[in-house]
Design a protein around this ligand. Structure first.
Ligand code: FEO
Ligand code: CA
Ligand code: CA
Ligand code: CA
Length: 740
């Protein structure tokens, strides 16, 4: 995620020279060279001197990668690297086909109008169309069996469930809007109107789409009664320990197409309107969708002064979560006072949560689950352990933030979906400390937890309350500050979490988390940390390197993983290691004392699958690990050798990695899911042509229409005019399982 209305992705520029294959061999250590010899043969590499790696890759015949514990192997050959000028295409391996399934502006429910191509749509039109800039997603099978208990996660039943793999509900997050492309006139400055605010708000949230497969072609059921939009104005419930707290009581507005009008009442802290900046996602084992609110702070602004004092309660919250008068440049607050923090200071406290949605019931009210804590949620990956306890692993994506887990108090009932309905309302939120000896501790965030200052959190001025239930509410609303107090480990931007297996977890592999980058790691001779009193301004600390975040100026990111003690999600101790440090084997970037920008990706030949800024991460139901990247999308600067953003597939046992997909110019690859039979994969392409101006929306990208004449239904033409974030559908030409 990066864009006009979003913070930068912290990419630093670095001129780089090209290298011959022989140089590459000289760069690798003895063990890596061994791997090359096994993979290609040193003679072949030596004779290939002068070839670019991309050219070489396409000449190397890959044999299937080996299967191993919990890993079924990889059967495809890597797609060649796509370097600048990045081809404005989605490319997948030989034997696979990608088509565009649904794009921003496509109709998804009865009454929806087709996309015009000119963005002349109104807010009312957008409310029945697919939202902008899609991110995390999940395919929920519909097998025409109305038994509610069959809707629980069937991930271990994948077999060859053809009926459930022909029809489903695709829930897709719509993270943010590129306002210059969203509006026909592209005007986002003075003169921003309530009509624009409403259209922008309607392009945020979640799009729920019915997907059908007929005669081998996937299409959106455009008139489906299951189609639904959840937006920045959708009515929601707030539940769990923080519901009703004074900090969640806010000005009540009558929200119409033309105004948000104060009623004069204050809400009861148990309701909210809307969800924004829905980044990655999760699901529950009982078959509901979780959408995670990430950079919600940027959607707010102030027409007057905004409290950012380091001593007041609201000021500390605004500092710690990055709420400011300027926001990220959205102008909603200029026409919709609900988003004006200078006059409505409690509204931001209703954002930063995980929201649970029942995709099978279009009338269901989404629920903000406060027990899972308030921060900049990236994703929410569940694990059910052998005792049927369930935990959700949660990343807070900002520089120097933390990894959390939420353990439900109740057990998962696999035989009765209804019994699981409120499991997310009671439990314990923990934050991770990663120690140098490769062990770690889950620190509970509860009133009795002892902070670094020797005080229980209930005695800490930030959380003090009338009783422990109020203390707990404040701990959850100010989760970042509670984590500061107990000494959690500051991480290099925790993005997605992933686990395999998700049910009866910890048998084979572990929980993984992408740490995408951190240009503040080790960047100061006088390191600073998030202060234990919770007064740090968001992303301002400059931590030293540590065992879990070992590289200064971590441009390329890494992936950490852990294994719970006793194979129990309730464990407070774990062991961890780094699965991979991403990097550029060809880099000319000068290594710093603790750094190695080349990373240790296992590929063949060495350097052929280099990638950076891992973000999306997901285990499919067969055990393959898929990683998606979010770096600068035009292959410039530090990414001249790495090229476009990609999706790779990795063996969690050996680290062996292959490149499955290269992406259009200036986009990010984010969001992935499969049908239960594994024969169809959906992948998200976000913000093709990022940073294009209003005057020339297709300046950098004309995708998807530049690649595809029609949608995956084989019929619907793609109108020219604007690049569009889209979901692509990928199948194997022989009908096989994706990845084989
Ligand atoms: Fe929206 Fe952290 O990516
Ligand atoms: Ca991005
Ligand atoms: Ca990212
Ligand atoms: Ca992300």
């Amino acid at each position: 995620m990066k864009g006009v209305s979003h913070p930068t992705n912290d990419v630093s520029l670095n001129p780089s020279s090209s290298h011959s294959i022989r140089d590459v061999i000289d760069h690798v250590d003895a063990s890596r060279r061994q791997f090359i010899q096994g993979g290609v043969g040193a003679a072949a590499l030596a004779s290939a001197g002068g070839l670019t790696l991309g050219g070489l890759v396409s000449t190397v015949q890959a044999s299937p990668s080996r299967s191993g514990a919990g890993f079924p192997g990889i059967g495809f050959e890597s797609v060649p690297v796509s370097r600048a000028p990045v081809a404005d295409l989605v490319k997948v391996p030989a034997g696979y086909t990608a088509n565009v399934f649904v794009s921003w502006g496509d109709p998804i429910m009865p009454g929806g109008a087709p996309f015009t191509g000119t963005a002349s749509e109104t807010a009312a039109d957008q409310l029945k169309q697919f939202g902008m800039h899609n991110d995390g997603m999940h395919f929920f099978p519909v097998d025409d069996d109305r038994d509610d208990d069959r809707r629980q996660d069937k991930h271990d039943d994948h077999g060859d469930d053809r009926s459930a793999s022909k029809r489903g509900i695709l829930c897709v997050n719509n993270e943010y809007t590129h306002e210059e492309v969203l509006f026909a006139d592209g005007q986002v400055g003075a003169g921003y109107t309530i009509a624009k605010t409403r259209k922008s708000q309607s392009a945020h949230g979640v799009s729920i789409v019915e997907a059908r497969r007929k005669d081998g072609k996937w299409s959106v059921a455009k008139n489906s009664s299951l189609g639904r939009r959840i937006t920045a104005n959708t009515f929601m419930r707030v539940s769990g320990p923080a519901a009703g707290h004074a900090l969640l009581q806010t000005r009540e507005f009558l929200i119409t197409d033309v105004a948000s009008t104060p009623t004069g009442n204050t809400s009861n802290g148990r309701v909210a309107n809307g969800t924004v900046n829905n980044c990655a996602n999760g699901i529950t084992p009982w078959g509901t969708y979780l959408t995670c609110e990430e950079n919600w702070n940027g959607n707010f602004g102030g027409t007057g002064a905004v409290d950012t004092s380091a001593t007041t309660e609201i000021g500390k919250l605004n500092r710690r979560y990055g709420v400011s008068a300027a926001g990220f440049g959205y102008r909603w607050h200029t026409t919709d006072p609900r988003w004006d923090v200078s006059t409505n200071p409690n509204e931001p406290h209703l954002f930063g949560w995980v929201v649970e949605i029942d995709p099978y019931d279009p009338k269901s009210i989404p629920v903000k689950r406060t027990a899972m804590g308030r921060f900049k949620h990236e994703s929410a990956q569940y694990v059910v352990d052998k005792d049927d306890h369930v935990a959700f692993y949660l990343g807070d994506d900002e520089r120097n933030e933390y990894i959390y887990k939420f353990v439900c108090k109740g057990k998962f009932r696999k035989d009765r979906r209804a019994a699981n309905r409120n499991l997310l309302d009671e439990g314990t939120l923990y934050v991770a400390r990663f120690d140098a000896d490769l062990t770690g501790v889950w620190l509970p965030l509860t009133p009795e937890s002892i902070g670094l200052d020797g005080q229980a959190l209930r005695e800490n001025a930030n959380f003090v309350g009338a009783d422990d239930s109020e203390v707990q509410a404040k701990i959850l609303i100010k989760a970042r500050m509670a984590a500061d107090a107990v000494g959690a480990t500051m991480m290099d931007r925790p993005e997605w979490t992933g686990a395999r297996p998700r049910i009866n977890g910890f048998k084979e592999v572990e929980v993984y988390c992408t740490l995408t980058n951190n240009n503040r790691r080790g960047s100061s001779a006088t390191p600073s940390s998030n202060l234990p009193d919770g007064s740090t301004a968001a992303a301002s600390a400059r931590p030293a390197v540590d065992a879990a975040n070992p590289r200064e100026d971590n441009v390329y990111g890494h992936i950490i993983r852990w294994r719970e003690a006793g194979k129990s999600v309730k464990a407070t101790a774990f062991t961890w290691d780094l699965f991979v440090q991403a990097g550029d084997t060809l880099t000319a970037k000068v290594a710093k004392p603790t750094n190695n920008y080349q990373g240790n990706i296992v590929d063949a030949p060495n350097g052929s699958v280099d990638y950076g800024a891992p973000d999306g991460l997901w285990f499919d139901d067969f055990g393959r690990l898929w990683v998606q990247t979010d770096q600068v999308g035009d292959g410039s600067g530090d990414f001249v050798n790495i090229g476009s953003n990609v999706m790779v597939c990795a063996d969690p046992n050996t680290g062996e990695t292959r490149r499955f997909l290269t992406s259009p110019n200036r986009c990010e690859v984010t969001g992935v899911t499969m049908t239960p039979n594994g024969r169809t994969m959906f992948v998200g392409i976000q913000h093709p042509g990022e940073d294009a101006t209003a005057a020339n929306p297709t300046q950098y990208s004309n995708w998807p229409q530049g690649q595809f004449a029609v949608e995956s239904d084989g019929v619907t033409a793609l109108p020219p005019g604007r690049p569009r974030s889209s979901v692509v559908v990928i199948t194997k030409d022989d009908g096989g399982i994706i990845g084989t």
